[in-house]
Design a protein around this ligand. Sequence first.
Ligand code: PGA
Length: 251
Amino acid sequence: MRKTVIAGNWKMNMTPAETKAFITELAPMVAGLDKCDIVLCVPAIDIPAAVEAAKGTNIKIGAENVHFKESGAYTGEISAKMLVEAGVDYVVVGHSERRQYFGETDQTVNLRTLAAVNAGLTAIVCVGETLEQRNLGYTETLLKYQTKMALTGITKDQLKNIVVAYEPVWAIGTGVTATADQADEGNGFVRAAIAEVYGADVAETVTVQYGGSMNDGNAAELLSKVNVDGGLIGGASLKTDKFTAIVKAAN
Ligand code: PGA
């Protein structure tokens, strides 16, 4: 069976002190809810505070990006090795905000995914169509293309360190959520793309999350869908009660 992963994506929110307070409050609320992996992907500066506060809990810590080179003249970037040493288990790769605002391409998303997985991290690889692409009828083509591009060079064995997050760009931070059927369909396209490369049996083992305005009110319905194996949650991951409700829905 596939692992369910509920991951918060804090984006550019929370200071180290706020991180410590948040996780200290969250930990008892999600204690024992072990039917899913619980992950908080936090800004790089918050990682030490997050790792420290999450020690001895069932909360894992993720980063929001990783560079593809091991080291060198890449001002402002962070390597996979640095993340591993800091105690990070997960890293978000190719979020649509990085594609939109920071020039990420399918090629750099692929390189970052390879760097993360080769260092032993689990990559949460984000794919998703814009509203324009959806309206033109390109959703399936685009999701399959983005998925295959991102996973180029990833071996069958390495897929156990891959989570794919289907995040329709029009549903991110907008309060507009895909319907459960749209989420299931999009996640199904991602799984079909993995099946085309690695085989259907392997595709059945890969965790595919839905992301885009998932919250405490809609999580149960979204997560009830056969292809939805968890969520990547922005806004609702910044409140302990809302995030806990989503973790409970997954349990
Ligand atoms: P949102 O963000 O839940 O605020 O829509 C999701 C994401 O971007 O990962």
